[in-house]
Write a protein that binds this ligand. Structure first.
Ligand code: PGA
Length: 259
């Protein structure tokens, strides 16, 4: 699966979660532009809160840094107080949308089914979903990590046609590693990523699965990115805590270059 014929550009995303005012976000975006201007073969995106998307989009301008949203609703418009549509995200310059993050699942009732509706809505609006999957500690200890991941992947991607798979990114985020300082070992990450890629091969084809980027997320830091990214099926990182400081995040993005 780490076949050299399939060159997957690593993708590193800053998931700021509920952090940064508009002013702080603009300052970060401008500094990041300069810090990663010659990063080479790594795709970089930042995911600010909804309130900062538009300003960060302007601050990034023509830079190589892309814009991502942290969530979305699946309807285009209508009486859905508090929600944001895929078209609205596109309108402010978003290219990626994080979907089904474990914090959305834990605190806001996100399910595999709602994540699936969002993935479909995002793809049909020419945006790229980052579908988050991953087991919690209880699942891992009860030896059911793979069945949980399988359910997340199969249900999250249900009904997504082959031609849309290349625009889809999967983020493997073991819940026990998120914000805990405990990172999956490179071997644990590789096994899970390989498992996800084999599932995609079954659901689609070996060829298509080989082109899908699978990011790792969960306590990624400058000092562990190198050993994670050298795993053949690890194609980048979704970074929370360590994405809040420009220098730290830029260091992670630069170290994610596989070449
Ligand atoms: P963390 O968060 O890097 O702080 O563990 C990752 C995430 O939740 O995407």
């Amino acid at each position: 699966m780490g076949d050299d014929r399939y060159v997957r550009t690593p993708i590193v995303i800053a998931n700021w979660k509920l952090n940064k005012t508009v002013g702080e976000a603009i300052k970060f975006a401008s500094a990041l532009r300069d810090a990663v201007s010659d990063v080479g073969s790594v795709e970089i995106a930042v995911a600010p809160a909804f309130t900062a998307l538009s300003s960060v989009s302007s601050a990034l301008g023509e830079s190589i840094v892309h814009l991502a949203a942290q969530d979305v609703f699946w309807e285009d418009d209508g009486a859905f107080t508090g929600e944001i549509s895929p078209a609205m995200l596109k309108d402010v310059g978003c290219e990626y949308v994080i979907i089904g993050h474990s914090e959305r699942r834990q605190f806001f009732g996100e399910t595999n089914e709602s994540a699936n509706r969002k993935v479909k809505a995002v793809l049909s609006n020419d945006l790229k979903p980052i579908l988050c999957v991953g087991e919690n500690l209880e699942d891992r200890e009860a030896d059911r990590a793979e069945s949980v991941i399988e359910n997340h992947v199969r249900t999250g991607l249900a009904g997504i046609p082959s031609e849309m798979l290349p625009s889809t990114v999967i983020a493997y985020e073991p819940v026990w590693a998120i914000g805990t300082g405990v990172t999956a070992t490179p071997d644990q990450a590789q096994l899970a990523h390989q498992f996800i890629r084999s599932l995609l091969s079954e659901m689609y084809s070996v060829e298509l699965a080989a082109g899908v980027r699978i990011q790792y997320g969960g306590s990624v830091k400058p000092d562990n990115i190198s050993e994670l990214i050298t795993q053949p099926d690890v194609d980048g990182a979704l970074v929370g805590g360590a994405s809040l400081e420009v220098e730290t995040f830029a260091q992670i993005a630069i170290s994610a270059n596989k070449q």
